[in-house]
Design a protein around this ligand. Sequence first.
Ligand SMILES: Cc1cc2nc3c(=O)[nH]c(=O)nc-3n(C[C@H](O)[C@H](O)[C@H](O)COP(=O)(O)OP(=O)(O)OC[C@H]3O[C@@H](n4cnc5c(N)ncnc54)[C@H](O)[C@@H]3O)c2cc1C
Length: 405
Amino acid sequence: MDEETILENFRNELRNWLEANCPKALRDSAANTKNSPRQEDHAAWLKACASRGYTTPTWPKEYGGGGLSKEEHSILLEEIDRIGTHIAPVSFFGTSMLGPVLLEFGSEAQKKEHMPKITSGEIQWCQGYSEPGAGSDLASLQTRAVRQGNDFIINGSKIWTTGAHHADWMFCLVRTDPNAPKHDGISFILFDLHQPGVTISPLMLISGQSDFCQVFFEDVKAKAENLVGELNAGWTIAKRLLQHERSMLSGGMPGGARPSKKESGSQKATAPRSYLAESARPYLGEEGGQLNDPILRDQIAQYELDSLCFGLSLQRSGQEAKAGQGPGAASSMFKLYASEMNKRRSELVMSIQGASGLGWEGEGFTPGELFETRGWLRSKGNSIEGGTSEVQLNVIAKRVLGLPD
Ligand SMILES: Cc1cc2nc3c(=O)[nH]c(=O)nc-3n(C[C@H](O)[C@H](O)[C@H](O)COP(=O)(O)OP(=O)(O)OC[C@H]3O[C@@H](n4cnc5c(N)ncnc54)[C@H](O)[C@@H]3O)c2cc1C
């Protein structure tokens, strides 16, 4: 059978599977407000996607993934798009950060133990990197891990740990040799958060949410078999994970999302996606109508163009990364630009909404308006999370442009 026929068969089989397994309430759900999905629909869809490894479509099958080739993965995305749904989401800490580094640095036993539980959504992960005294200068971290029999005993504290209060396990950077130069005494270890000695305190954000926490460890145990890579060689893994994180963060920002929907089986693309939020539309007048403010009109047009160009550059770099060694230092370039684009989008939506964008809570504002105001505040964190913009500029200078230290 030639490759084209194999792929066509794959598409047909996939269509039948989607028809049989994707709950109706999760298809075209944005347009279909009468048919709002229930918790059971989400659970059934997650189970179905995980059973085929579609939550991590390109991971090898033996580690819970879909084992799809690049071409099959594209077909999956097209078919999912065609019925107006999404692959059931599982936490990006597992799929976009820990999973890829386990694939590269983990032992066979670690891959078999942890990756399928990421794919199925059974275990939620969080990232224990930053500490009260170690952020941009991450290698200054002080949380200690000392070997005792088959365990490491951990003492110290992590901060800004997103989702720790909902997580089951943490991937964590710990100091295992306090006498070595600071980059050489760090190890990368995994442990269960549901154990005595772990205290998790949520921190309130400017957006009114409490997404992240400070986590304290008092004689917490990590099994020695959950040390990833060599003892004291965790810095290389830590940096690699950050590249995956930055690449993931850029992909989630405006322009980084998937390109406009293609009609299945043809090369004809529909109109390019607009990157401005749906909630800005009511303030723009009728579709195709003219905005009265020429400056705002210009800013919107420029923003849409920049988003489109960014999306295309990201796509090209993503294809290059897949063909090579995965994301590299250039991920810092995209992370930097994506952060700025998202902040610009939020500022623009605020300008478009005018006085309607001033609401924090209560009556007089639609849920969409309140959402945008909080999103605008949240966007301030874009140039801090995953390494600040200044840190990205340093990486770009040194590792991309090759400028002297
Ligand atoms: C939304 C959000 C989610 C986060 N989630 C997590 C998480 O899940 N897990 C986790 O471990 N951490 C997380 N963080 C923490 C984040 O990684 C740190 O905040 C970040 O690395 C900066 O560290 P810091 O806050 O200690 O700032 P500092 O390092 O103290 O920096 C303060 C300022 O100095 C600048 N600066 C520092 N060093 C230099 C330099 N060499 N050159 C130029 N300028 C410099 C910085 O750019 C910044 O403007 C999250 C942060 C945010 C905002």
